[in-house]
Design a protein. Structure first.
Length: 249
């Protein structure tokens, strides 16, 4: 992969620890690594883009840029302006500060990057570290382990409209039990609502980070919680093909 071009983005912002360790990992794979990331945190923005208003891209150095917009804005700028004459071979997103498991992927800006990379026809990964916070002792594990996961996919016949969602357990490299190919668990964020203030006409509330739903034994969540790296193939074609012939029209 030394000659492959890798584009890195995230949703935690250009200064996040996760993006720095991802770049370190990417440089162990390739000599052609670019970073285009949001100027500030964009967690939970999903695959949204800025439909109205102007955006500003700022050059930090020859291969590092920020955009004052969403993660998807960054990928659109990188692929259609900055790198339009030589598009990336891979898009690496993350490493997210915390997991993206189960239905998290529908909300996540980290997976939003991978979705847009896939729409651009680029092989894309979304990487997340379970439970990770800024300053976590386990960030140093990423550059050691992540390249091995990517290299293992060289023999993978990448299906159309598909990206790989990868979650690392918060463990030292020598404590990780292996890699499991998984499906999504049924867990979902956003059902815990805290009412902070209330009048007759308005409520001030906060959406919590607690998850509800099942954790199936073959799922991504179960794998990561038991010390494995979870790799889930995600198809962005959301057509419910089984329902096409069943609809009464």
């Amino acid at each position: 992969m030394k000659q492959d071009r890798i584009l890195i983005c995230n949703d935690d912002g250009i200064n996040a620890e996760g993006i720095h360790v991802l770049e370190e990992a990417a440089r162990r794979l390739s000599d052609d690594v670019w970073v285009v990331a949001p100027a500030f945190e964009q967690s939970g923005k999903g695959h949204s883009f800025t439909a109205k208003g102007n955006l500003t891209a700022v050059k930090i150095d020859d291969r590092h840029f920020t955009v004052d917009g969403t993660p998807t804005d960054c990928i659109l700028f990188a692929c259609n302006v900055l790198l339009k004459n030589h598009k990336p071979d891979f898009v690496f997103s993350g490493v997210n500060h915390g997991s993206n498991l189960g239905f998290d992927v529908l909300y996540s800006g980290t997976t939003g990057v991978a979705i847009e990379g896939t729409l651009q026809g680029i092989k894309s990964f979304a990487f997340s570290l379970y439970g990770a916070k800024q300053g976590s002792a386990y960030w140093s594990m990423i550059p050691e382990v992540l390249p091995k996961v990517v290299e293992k996919t060289k023999a993978f016949e990448w299906p159309a409209h598909t990206f790989l969602n990868v979650n690392f357990p918060e463990r030292a490299a020598d404590q990780i039990k292996g890699v499991k190919v998984t499906s999504f668990s049924s867990r979902k964020i956003g059902d815990q609502i805290q009412i902070l203030d209330q009048t007759d006409r308005q409520m001030i509330f906060k959406i919590g980070y607690d998850r509800s739903g099942q954790i199936e034994t073959d799922s991504d969540t179960y794998a990561v919680e038991h010390g494995f790296i979870s790799v889930t193939p995600v198809n962005i074609d959301m057509t419910a093909y089984d329902a096409l012939s069943a609809l009464p029209f």
